[in-house]
Every structure is written in structure tokens, then in C-alpha cells.
Design a protein around this ligand. Sequence first.
Ligand SMILES: O=C(CO)COP(=O)(O)O
Length: 250
Amino acid sequence: MRSKIVAGNWKMNKNLAETEVLLAELTAKLPDTKAEVMVAPTFVNLAAAVDKLKSSTIEVIAQNMHFAESGAYTGEISANMLLGIGIDTVIIGHSERRAYFGETDEILSKKVAAALANNMRVMFCFGEELEDRKSENHFKVVESQLKNALFSLDASSWSKIILAYEPVWAIGTGETASPEQAQEMHAFIRNTITNAYDSGIANNVSILYGGSVKPNNAVEIFSKPDVDGGLIGGAALVADDFIAIIKAIS
Ligand SMILES: O=C(CO)COP(=O)(O)O
């Protein structure tokens, strides 16, 4: 069901002590909100975060997982391990996984399938690079990322999918897509899903924007009708900034 979501992707930041400090600040300051609030600390701190947030409405989610159930995959983490510590939502397809860890659409479609087979929710990330936008290929690129990883799913699986449009040129750069650019792409995404499935599925999926969302631009971005919230990187590491972004959800 379409809902407002603000999620913090902590990436490779915060050791255990720092994680506990940030979570304590967030729980102390969390405002009343209609948004689902999520945080994604690193793997080693997930269990501690789940424990720390057990009486909070903030959900702990994972930044990644492997597609295999178990086996000889040194350094990897399975769906079953996440579920075992109470985590049932996972980010898949972040541009940093694609760029630095060779995750192709084919690998990502296997990860999505594995998460869904385990009844997990998937926050699927995608978005064009600067070159794609400059050459006006951004719609084509986004359409193919969605098609290759998601469009062979059964219609019923879409209730478990959250989308996060993150233009690569806006991640960690301080350069945000304008609210109009975000709205234009989010509307395109809904239209693409309508064509592949139907408008019911397209209108029920939450589509988050990610890429340099900050307290000073969140209200405007979140006010757009097809933007259902944000996936926040840098600003999610500072309690007051993340709280201000949560408050930007109306
Ligand atoms: O990659 C992001 C969230 O997944 C966005 O990162 P920034 O908010 O730091 O640009």
C-alpha cells in the first residue's frame, strides 16, 4: 500500500558506539509523523540497532543481501540471517552496489526474487548517471533498469516493493534534482508501471526520491504529488537533520 516513507541509508558509516548514540538521539527526538521511518546501519550493527529500537516505531532495514539461501559465499549475508534478527526490509540495487561491486540488473533481479521468496519487502534503487541525463537518455535508462529487475514479477509481488529513484549525479554531490525533475521522473515511473502492469499497481507503490535531500530542500521535494518520501544518505547521519527531513513530510 502506498505510504510516506523516510529512510536513512547510513552506508559504511558509524561504528557500534556511534550507532547507539545516533539511535538514542533519533528516538528521543522522533516527531509524530505519518511517515514510516527507517534506518539502515551497517550489517555488523543491525542486531544492536534492532534491540535498541525494539520499543520504537523506527524500522531497521538492511543495505544489501545475497541472493543465495546459504552456502560458500564468504563475506555475504542471506535473507534468512536478516529475518533471524527481525529485519524484513532490504535495500537492493543501490548505485554504489552497482558501480563498485559489479551488481548488474541480472544479479539484482535474483536478489529481488530471493527477498520476495522470503516474504521480505524490497526497497529497489535505480537512477541514471550524469551522462545519461546530458544525452537525454535518462527516461530510457530508468525504464530499462525497472524492466530488467522488476517487470517479470507477478502483480501480487508489487505490494512488497518500494521504489527509490536516485539519480547518480545527485548522490553525495550536494546537487539535488529539482523538485520538477523529481516529479517528472516519478510520474514517468508510475506511467511505465501502468503500461507494464496496471494503474492500480502504479498508484499503490511508494516512490522515494534520493540524492542530496537536506532539511532545506525536503519540503519542496516531498510536496510533489508522485514523491512519497526520501532515501537519505549524508543528512541521515546527523540526528537533527534527519528529524527535520521527517518533519518535511506532510
Ligand atoms: O545514496 C543516497 C541514499 O541511498 C543519497 O545520498 P546523499 O543523501 O548523501 O546524497
